[in-house]
Write a protein that binds this ligand. Structure first.
Ligand code: SF4
Ligand code: SF4
Length: 456
């Protein structure tokens, strides 16, 4: 079994509710709300107007820059509105609202590549870019940027199928039900980067998926190797996966590419397969709907832009005493205050919790047990990072305790017996550091402009 990494935790994986349930197609909703920002980088600009007719796979949002990804219609129908709507990240985001005509008319632009084997790295990158593919494990970084910045530098290509967060089973089901897509997508990446083999990292609790992939690799004689990894959270974090498979450590403040590794999420790999073999851009998503508040947990595939209320409806609804909704896993997900927010390209899970699971403590006090230090996979000191942030000293958080290296995995919060909201504090602390950096940059530019004005 591939070598492990420092720290980490073993939460109850809670996957039994959905890991034996096949992916179901959600009945298409009457309306989809497609955000113009579902990726890291510049938001897209809408290129359709109210009243326009659109087809599935038609481009409706143009990238706002190089680090951006186009957005496509996920249903056919009429554009009902182009306006800001509630965002799953808080606040509002510009959205294109499409009224579904239920005709499933596919755009003429959706065409498969005639000879996938002949694609050059540049051609594949262009296809990935035009298909609007972003990191679908939740990171949402535009994949064409990741590929183009790694070409020529990377000698380890890794597919992240660890799916280490509790509850989530969409990747597990995809490996069992769609191994063809996974292996052919991985083969495209092997050719693109010119490597002998691509590694797929699968946690040991998904051994049946590893077996299915191995059978498909043998059948297709594909340049792909399945690495079975220890079941330990956060095995699927990029730096930890890189270390577990390649044995290389990613230095502080650097990316896996700096250690010669490029990591793609399993769903991203399937999206690459679809873009090449069917021509279809990213218009749908597999979402695990689970948690104690859900009547009948399921894995559902739905059009991008489907309101999350429709997912819960398809699972029999929510229990009356549901008190919390989380988009994403319980360790890294975001609490939601509305069931109207739509499924985006990075949405892999919707959780609802009910009953007596709330573990909120009003005035938590650190008892100096040191457990948070022992589980941090980045070898940080969460106890001190928290202490200094609570004093408003984000400079010490940044410089003395390397808080910007925190990957927000939630392992420290999970293990803290005093239930301190550590990860939340670090997320806010990192935001403060970024805000201060941007303010300093704006100040420096303003001073420079003023100096140039004086000279003139
Ligand atoms: S959230 Fe940050 S500080 Fe806490 S364990 Fe994860 S990486 Fe370490
Ligand atoms: S785990 Fe919690 S209580 Fe223990 S040292 Fe860390 S912050 Fe303090």
């Amino acid at each position: 079994m591939a070598q492990a990494f420092f720290g980490g935790v073993h939460p109850n994986d809670m996957k039994a509710a959905t890991n034996e349930k096949a992916i179901e197609q959600l009945a298409p909703p009457a309306e989809v709300v497609i955000p113009m920002s579902m990726h890291i980088g510049a938001p897209c600009k809408p290129v359709v107007a109210v009243g326009d007719t659109v087809k599935i796979g038609q481009r409706i949002g143009e990238p706002g820059g190089f680090v951006s990804a186009p957005i496509h219609a996920s249903v056919s129908g009429k554009v009902k509105a182009v306006e800001p709507r509630t965002s799953s990240m808080g606040g509002t985001v510009m959205c294109v609202v499409i009224e579904n005509d239920f005709q499933n008319t596919v755009s003429e632009d959706v065409k498969p590549v005639e000879d996938p084997d002949s694609l050059t790295p540049e051609q594949l990158t262009e296809i990935v870019k035009n298909a609007g593919i972003v990191g679908q494990g939740g990171a949402t970084f535009p994949t064409h940027v990741k590929i183009s910045s790694g070409l020529g530098k990377v000698d380890y290509v890794i597919i992240n199928a660890a799916e280490c967060e509790p509850y989530i089973t969409g990747d597990h089901r995809t490996m069992l039900e769609r191994p063809d897509q996974v292996i052919k997508g991985a083969t495209l990446l092997a050719k693109c980067f010119g490597v002998d083999k691509v590694y797929i990292g699968v946690e040991a609790n998904k051994k049946n998926a590893a077996d299915v992939l191995n059978a498909k690799i043998a059948e297709l004689q594909a340049p792909v190797v399945v690495e079975v990894l220890h079941t330990r959270y956060p095995q699927g974090a990029e730096k930890q996966l890189c270390q577990a498979i390649s044995g290389r450590q990613v230095p502080s403040g650097k990316l896996p590419a700096d250690a010669g590794c490029c990591i793609f999420n399993l769903n991203t790999t399937c999206a690459i397969y679809k873009a090449v073999y069917t021509g279809m851009p990213v218009v749908s998503k597999v979402v695990t709907v689970s948690g104690s508040g859900v009547i009948e947990p399921k894995n559902l595939e739905c059009p991008i832009g489907t309101p999350i209320s429709k997912l819960f409806d398809a699972c029999g609804g929510l229990k009356d005493d549901t008190y919390k909704l989380i988009m994403g896993g319980p360790m890294m997900g975001m609490a939601q205050y509305s069931v109207d927010v739509p499924v985006g390209k990075g949405t892999g899970c919707m959780l609802a919790f009910a009953g007596k699971e709330e573990q909120y403590v009003e005035h938590p006090q650190c008892i100096r047990c040191g457990k948070c230090v022992g589980v941090c996979p980045i070898r940080l000191e969460p106890v001190f990072m928290y202490k200094y942030l609570m004093k408003g000293n984000w400079e010490a958080f940044r410089d003395q305790f390397h808080g910007m290296d925190c990957i927000e995995c939630g392992a420290c919060t999970y293990t803290c017996p005093a239930r301190l909201p550590l990860t939340h504090a670090f997320r806010m602390g990192k935001q403060q550091v970024n805000n201060a950096r941007m303010a300093a940059k704006a100040r420096a530019e303003a001073e420079k402009a003023q100096a140039a004005k004086k000279e003139a």
